[in-house]
Design a protein around this ligand. Structure first.
Ligand code: FES
Ligand SMILES: [Fe+2]
Length: 340
């Protein structure tokens, strides 16, 4: 089983999810309440009152403070308790842990681990989510499966042919071999599948408006543990990027997943599709949002089933791996290394 990797940044929410209301999210088994102060700063506090454990997420705000809904302990955004009922002396230990929270690329990242090791410059980027010239659709599905199963799933896209036929899967995805590369120092797994002169799946035929056969690139870049990028390039067959890198003849979709472990056997599956074509076309946005959610739910159903199988299998059961699993195996190895 893939262990939790602590001392890392994780996506806790989309920026628009954190606001006036108290948002409860559990990340690597730690219950956290998120909210935004009046000056716009996103805050994350341990979601457990120091007094009798009442969830702060079920409490109420008083300005930038949270007033515990059970007996009124009142907390500052720093986690310090500034009021307890019926006495003036506030115990020295009356404080809930506060988390390092950073917003970048329209994502709310939280540091899980030793606070003094948090380095915001180490947060991986996904600039398309928040950049002119791109339009993004996105959502989040809770997964009743361990995060390692989602990593396996995303690192091996040959499953598209079987699980997502009629959406993004075509026979050529499973038939085309992949190349896998691991940057050990930067800790990135790359998996590339370059398909030439292939059928255009409905997902892209309807959204790009490209007629006929295409060249289709799937370039995966996985930055463990949390961020997964699929650089997808769709072009009419034979249209290549220019020598200066100019690639205006092609359509690009940046498919981003944030893989956030919730508990040992549940995961927050954040999915996003950013595109540089038909950026103002609402109908295309609606189509991609609906289609991609359907695809994500096909994975959710499959991965939830795998988790149920794991729950009943004997200790020491051995899987069988083949060439298509090279990326997934490399990812597991990096995750083990990061878990230390
Ligand atoms: S549990 Fe929060 S004040 Fe008692
Ligand atoms: Fe899938």
């Amino acid at each position: 089983m893939t262990a939790f990797v602590r001392n890392q940044w994780y996506v806790a929410a989309y920026t628009e999810e954190v606001g006036e209301d108290l948002l409860a999210r559990t990340i690597l088994g730690e219950p956290i309440v998120f909210y935004r102060t009046q000056d716009g700063t996103a805050v994350g506090l341990a979601d457990r009152c120091v007094h009798r454990r009442f969830p702060l997420s079920l409490s109420r705000r008083d300005g930038d403070r949270i007033v515990c809904g059970y007996h009124g302990f009142t907390y500052e955004p720093s986690g310090a308790c500034v009021y307890v009922p019926a006495q003036t002396r506030i115990p020295r230990t009356a404080r809930v842990p506060s988390y390092r929270v950073v917003e970048q690329d329209s994502l709310v990242w939280v540091w899980i681990g030793e606070p003094e090791l948090a380095d915001a410059s180490a947060i991986p980027r996904a600039p398309w989510l928040d950049q002119p010239g791109w339009t993004t659709v996105r959502g989040m599905e809770p997964l009743a499966a361990r995060y390692g199963l989602l990593v396996d799933n995303l690192l091996d896209l040959s499953h598209e042919t079987y699980l997502h036929g009629g959406y993004i899967g075509t026979p050529e995805v499973a038939e085309t071999p992949i190349t896998t590369e691991v940057d050990e120092d930067a800790r990135i797994v790359y998996v590339r599948r370059r398909m030439k002169d292939v059928e255009c799946p409905p997902f892209y035929a309807s959204s790009t408006g490209i007629d006929g056969r295409i060249d289709r690139w799937q370039d995966i870049e996985y930055r463990p543990p949390c961020l997964y990028l699929l650089h997808s390039r769709i072009a009419p067959t034979g249209v290549e990027p220019g020598p200066d890198g100019d690639d205006r003849g092609a359509c690009h979709a940046e498919i981003v997943y944030a893989i956030t472990p919730e508990t040992e056997t549940t995961t927050l599956d954040f999915w996003m599709v950013a595109r540089d074509f038909a950026v103002d076309d609402e109908a295309v946005s609606e189509f991609l949002a609906k289609s991609n959610r359907t695809v994500v739910m096909q994975d959710v159903v499959a991965l939830n089933a795998l988790e149920r199988v794991i729950a009943t299998e004997p200790e020491g059961y051995q899987e069988l791996s083949i060439n298509i699993d090279t990326g997934g195996l490399a990812a597991r190895r990096l995750l083990r290394k990061l878990a230390g």
